[in-house]
Design a protein around this ligand. Structure first.
Ligand SMILES: CC(C)(COP(=O)(O)OP(=O)(O)OC[C@H]1O[C@@H](n2cnc3c(N)ncnc32)[C@H](O)[C@@H]1OP(=O)(O)O)[C@@H](O)C(=O)NCCC(=O)NCCS
Length: 309
């Protein structure tokens, strides 16, 4: 009798993974005009803009290969010969409270939702976390999926606000050294304190043009590391796809280090890179300490959820 199998993915699973993600899209849109268009009319970049690298087998292959090469985990749910769901888990390698297995992606094929497949992919992640001695799972759920995660024992862990900070060319540039290699990852005592869009490793990946797509790999990116007066720091800026005058910021600091010096450094570095403004996604708990010193324009709220094991 056919039964549901959860197993580690290989490159051979890519067409099935792409089919799972594409099944959840009801209308494909032209990335520039936003008009509805058939999938066949979109090029690889256009497909990517409709939901990420999973939306074409070409880019999904690059994405899956780079995750597997980095030792991260991709699970597939298989029913008979069909891939019916996919989950991507990251070992963030961060210290203290940030140590967790992060569920970055969980998708069940539209025709297979509501049959326990999402829960099975999640429970497999719980087992993985326990095997590695991790005591928490984290995720950043879309609004529509929050009910699912609440049922699986997750709750809001880190309320995060994305705020915009003007670049500032008037201050001195911080004494930090440029980092030019993706191999030089932040030290394990540092946590991604600003720019936790999904988690530590994804923040690092966003700073390197890993996907060789015109439009994506052409974005201006820069990374610096060194010591601020508040301690060791790694700072990164990445041009936003939608507005070349703005950058997203990624900042690794010790878990308890204050943020103000890093924000001042970001403003100066952003100005030196020719950006007008920089978006900083930070914990609401960090806000009271920085709000008196900066003009911060609220953009959006993006919470991280956590399940304690
Ligand atoms: C969200 C998703 C992963 C859930 O997977 P699924 O296989 O459909 O869910 P399951 O059948 O395993 O559901 C497990 C339980 O959660 C409940 N549930 C599922 N989706 C839910 C939702 N969106 N809101 C509230 N509860 C939900 C189910 O009713 C079930 O309840 P039970 O414990 O009483 O049986 C899946 O619907 C999906 O891929 N959605 C589209 C993509 C997406 O939103 N991914 C998450 C991005 S963060």
């Amino acid at each position: 009798m056919t039964s549901l199998e959860i197993r580690h993915a290989t490159l051979a699973d890519v067409p099935g993974i792409t089919a799972v993600h594409c099944s959840t899209v009801t209308v494909w849109r032209d990335p520039v005009t936003r008009a509805a268009v058939p999938y066949a009319q979109l090029d690889v970049f256009g497909r990517w803009r409709n939901g990420g690298p999973w939306m074409s087998v070409e880019m999904a292959r690059v994405h899956v290969a780079s995750l597997l090469r980095a030792g991260q985990i991709i699970l597939v749910a298989v029913w008979g010969d069909e891939i019916v769901g996919e989950a991507e888990y990251y070992f963030t390698g961060e210290p203290g409270d940030y140590a967790a297995l992060h569920l970055s992606i969980l998708y069940v094929h539209a025709a297979w939702q509501g049959r326990g497949i999402g829960r099975a992919l999640l429970e497999a992640g719980v087992e993985l976390a326990r095997e590695r001695g991790l005591r928490a799972l984290t995720t950043q759920p879309d609004a529509e999926a929050q009910g699912f995660y609440a049922r699986q024992g997750f709750g809001v862990w880190r309320v995060q606000h994305e705020l915009q900070l003007e670049a500032d060319a008037s201050g001195p540039l911080p004494q930090l050294a440029p980092v030019t290699s993706a191999a030089a990852t932040p030290a394990p005592e540092l946590a991604l304190r600003i720019g936790r869009y999904q988690c530590g490793p994804q923040g690092w990946e966003a700073l390197w043009p890993a996907l060789e797509l015109p439009g994506w790999s052409d974005l201006r990116r820069a990374v610096w590391r060194g010591d601020l007066a508040s301690g060791p720091a790694v700072l990164g800026l990445c041009e936003q796809l939608s507005d070349s005058t703005q950058a997203d910021a990624y900042v690794w600091l010790k878990p308890e280090a204050p943020l103000a010096l890093a924000l001042t450094a970001l403003r100066a570095l952003a100005a030196a890179q020719g950006f007008r403004a920089v978006d900083v996604l930070l914990a609401a708990a960090d806000l009271p300490a920085v709000r008196p010193h900066f003009r911060l324009e609220f953009q959006t709220r993006l919470d991280l959820w956590r399940r304690q094991l």
